[in-house]
Design a binder for this molecule. Structure first.
Ligand SMILES: Nc1ncnc2c1ncn2[C@@H]1O[C@H](COP(=O)(O)OP(=O)(O)OP(=O)(O)O)[C@@H](O)[C@H]1O
Ligand SMILES: [Mg+2]
Length: 139
């Protein structure tokens, strides 16, 4: 769908605010290494979607599932290792009723992710530079 480059944390938040307007309803997997900027981008997307100041958007640090209201969720599966642990969260119910579900480390559990989804791949391209690619998947 689109490829972007950012050069700072603030630029990634701004990109998230822009993407918020164009992301379709449903699940968005944020895919990238530790420190790639997944949580930072999520903060921008959420702030754009709920029209709030990015500084007011708190990210999940120890909670697995963070609900922002407006049908917006941010889920971080980093700490889970087994598929059955993820199964016990009841994500399907969230997927059904949510407007937007942002998920970090969800690609580790492909069987539990909906086949129709958006993927955002984040790659280190320098100390403060990131390449951020938005893809739409159907299968
Ligand atoms: N262009 C950039 N975009 C986003 N973050 C950047 C950028 N340049 C530097 N950074 C730094 O990289 C880090 C990104 O952290 P963030 O928590 O968003 O990553 P993450 O992908 O969620 O990592 P984790 O896998 O640990 O959850 C922050 O410390 C941020 O300041
Ligand atoms: Mg993170």
């Amino acid at each position: 769908m689109s490829v972007h480059r950012t050069h700072s944390e603030d630029e990634t938040i701004e990109l998230g605010r822009t993407l918020a307007a164009e992301l379709p309803r449903g699940v968005v997997l944020l895919i990238g290494n530790l420190g790639a900027g997944k949580t930072t981008l999520a903060k921008g997307i959420v702030s754009g979607r709920v029209s709030a100041d990015p500084d007011e958007i708190s990210s999940p640090t120890f909670t697995l599932i963070h609900e922002y209201g407006h049908g917006i969720y941010h889920i971080d599966l980093y700490r889970l290792e087994e598929e059955r642990q993820v199964e016990s969260l009841g994500l399907d119910e969230i997927f059904e009723r949510a407007d937007l579900v942002l998920i970090e480390w969800g690609e580790r559990f492909p069987r539990l992710m909906p086949p129709a989804r958006t993927e955002i791949h984040l790659r280190h391209a320098g100390v403060d530079e990131r390449e951020i690619e938005v893809l739409k998947r159907e299968t």
